[in-house]
Design a protein around this ligand. Sequence first.
Ligand code: COS
Length: 384
Amino acid sequence: MEYFLSEEQLIIKELAKKIAKEKIAPIAQKYDEDQAFPDEAIKILADSDIFGIYIEEKYGGLGGGILEMSLVVEELSKACGGIALSFAGTALGAFPIVLFGSDEQRQKYLPEIASGKKLSAFGLTEANAGSDAAGIQTSAALDGNEYVLNGTKQWITNGGDADIYTVIACTDRQKGARGFSAFIVEKGMPGFSFGKKENKMGIRASTTRELVFDNCRIPKENLLSKEGIGFIVAMKTLDRTRPGVAAQALGIAQGAFDEALAYSKERVQFGQPISSFQAIQHMLADMAIQIEAARCLVYQTCRHIDSGTKNISKESAMAKVMASDVAMKVTVDAVQILGGYGYMKEYPVEKMMRDAKITQIYEGTNQIQRNVIALELIKELSKK
Ligand code: COS
């Protein structure tokens, strides 16, 4: 399918594809097994200027948008959804600064993120606040020239490996969702530490840790924008990063499909390659249809967002739901086509199936995304 990518976008896609194929695919299984952080892959991505793709040029980036970011995530995810997440998780942490940072905050933090010298992370989720993002308990109180943060964030991608954290905390409990604020917290700030590293089903090359704030003192200049808009910071950030999850899902699905297609031509049963059996052909056709349909929606959603359109929540949620559901279906079918071999760790599809599952869960479960889509549809109708 011709997606009419610009010359720059094709260059970025090719670069990410080359890194994925040559540098990430050969190490993916090792990092999955060891559940280790992929320092060597991060260095390669940093040296290739990939971390700056969606950051403005004046802050050291390459000036791309959500589409460029998603193209990179997709290509990297074909080789390893976990390693790709170190990049995508950094974008999630950086977007609050991209969208709401003052010029001073952007000057201070974005060039370090763009160069890949420092990773970032986003701290919203807590033990009792997942889908119900407005249920967060972490608090921030102004004390002189500093905010004092208390609470624990859970399941934070890049937790402990990132240096720059954008954290949502409650500054006025009486005001509900309007009482939250967003802060930039740096690793090493007093009272900021890390809890346990999670042992996960998939995306095992990506670190997931608790962030612990125990009377953590941060300069008051580290408040993003103003008090009271933390919930909006989180929602607007997620509207722009959910296509990245969709792209991750898309890459995982494509990677699994490529494996299944190649295997079906090599595997001989009943005296012929299994690709000659209609049962397998129909599975491959359905997988290809779903992947292509998901890609159309993901790329078009990215373009919709990059055009500067105001209403993007519904489209962003649609792309995330569709691509992640496709990834789950396609990876399960890829394992099926590889049969017993698909179930073994010698082949990459079982890992892809494990990696795919999280894309239906994080950055807003697909059930929450469907709520968002339905509410937007109803809102649109009442405006007509
Ligand atoms: N953009 C801008 N503003 C938004 C918004 C968006 N996408 N979504 C909500 N808001 C605003 C609302 O307009 C409302 O503003 P007012 O106070 O002026 O009315 C405010 O935020 C609260 O919104 P709402 O009442 O819809 O909040 P809810 O508590 O009902 O929660 C959902 C809404 C479920 C959509 C939200 O909690 C959510 O996205 N949950 C999933 C969180 C998530 O993705 N977690 C994963 C962890 S992050 S990796």
